[in-house]
Design a protein around this ligand. Structure first.
Ligand SMILES: N[C@@H](CCC(=O)N[C@@H](CS)C(=O)NCC(=O)O)C(=O)O
Length: 210
C-alpha cells in the first residue's frame, strides 16, 4: 500500500504527479500546512523534518521529493522515466535530479521562507538577493534545453523533466516566471499536455498555471 502525504502544489506535487503517471495505486492524505499540521507530533513521527512530502510504502515512511521521484521511476521501468543503471544517460539523469534538488529547489525555500536565513527584519533583502539567482538558474537550464532539448536528456523524457516543471510552476508569481525563457516554456507546455497533469490538478484542486 502506498500513501502520499501532500499539500496542494507543494514539493509533494511531483511525487503525486509521478504516482499518477506511473499508474501506482495510492491514497492521499492532505496535510494542511497553513494550519501547521506538518509540525504536529503524529506527522513528525512519519517525517521528523516537518515538511511534505512523505510517502509511506508498506508501512515505511520516506521523505525527500527528489529521492522519492527517483525511487518511483526506477521501480516502474515500464514507464521509461529513468534511464537504467547501465544506460549512458544515467549519469546525466542523476546530475539533473541532484542539480534541481540541491541547487534550484533551495532557492525557492529562500523565496517562500525568507525569514529563515536571517530573521523577519531581513526578508526583503533575502528575496532581493534570491530572485536573480532563480533567474540565473532558469537561464542556464534554458540554454541547456536550447542546445540539447527538448527534454533535459535530449529526446528522452524523464522524471527530471517533471521535477523541473514543478519548480517552474513555483516561479509563476515571481518577478520573472520561468516561462519567460522560451525553451523552458516549451518544456512546460509539453508536460502540461499530459493527461496526468490534468488529473493531478483535479486531485489537488489546483487552478493557477493550468
Ligand atoms: N527537501 C524537501 C523540502 C520539502 C519542503 O520544503 N516542503 C515544503 C512545501 S514545498 C513544506 O512542507 N513546508 C512547510 C514547512 O516548512 O513548515 C523535499 O524536497 O522533500
Amino acid at each position: 500500500m502506498v500513501s502520499l502525504y501532500y499539500a496542494p502544489g507543494a514539493a509533494s506535487m511531483v511525487v503525486h504527479w509521478l504516482l499518477l503517471e506511473l499508474g501506482v495505486p495510492h491514497e492521499l492524505h492532505l496535510v494542511d500546512t497553513s494550519a501547521g499540521q506538518q509540525k504536529r507530533p503524529e506527522y513528525l513521527a512519519l517525517n521528523p523534518n516537518g515538511v511534505v512530502p512523505t510517502l509511506v510504502v508498506d508501512g515505511r515512511p520516506m521523505f525527500e521529493a527528489a529521492a522519492l521521484s527517483m525511487t518511483l521511476a526506477d521501480q516502474h521501468p515500464q514507464a521509461a522515466l529513468a534511464p537504467g543503471f547501465d544506460d549512458s544517460l544515467r549519469p546525466q539523469y542523476n546530475q539533473w535530479m541532484f542539480h534541481l534538488a540541491n541547487a534550484v529547489q533551495p532557492l525557492f525555500r529562500l523565496w517562500w521562507y525568507p525569514h529563515e536565513p536571517a530573521g523577519d527584519a531581513n526578508v526583503d533583502i533575502v528575496r532581493a538577493m534570491t530572485a536573480p539567482r532563480i533567474e540565473a538558474a532558469w537561464a542556464r537550464l534554458d540554454a541547456h534545453l536550447a542546445a540539447n532539448g527538448p527534454y533535459l536528456l535530449g529526446d528522452v523524457l524523464s522524471a527530471a523533466d517533471f521535477y523541473l516543471v514543478m519548480l517552474m510552476r513555483w516561479s509563476r508569481n515571481l518577478p520573472r516566471p520561468a516561462t519567460e525563457w522560451p525553451h523552458l516554456a516549451a518544456l512546460a507546455h509539453r508536460l502540461k499536455a499530459r493527461p496526468s497533469f490534468k488529473l493531478l490538478y483535479e486531485r489537488e484542486g489546483l487552478t493557477e498555471w493550468a
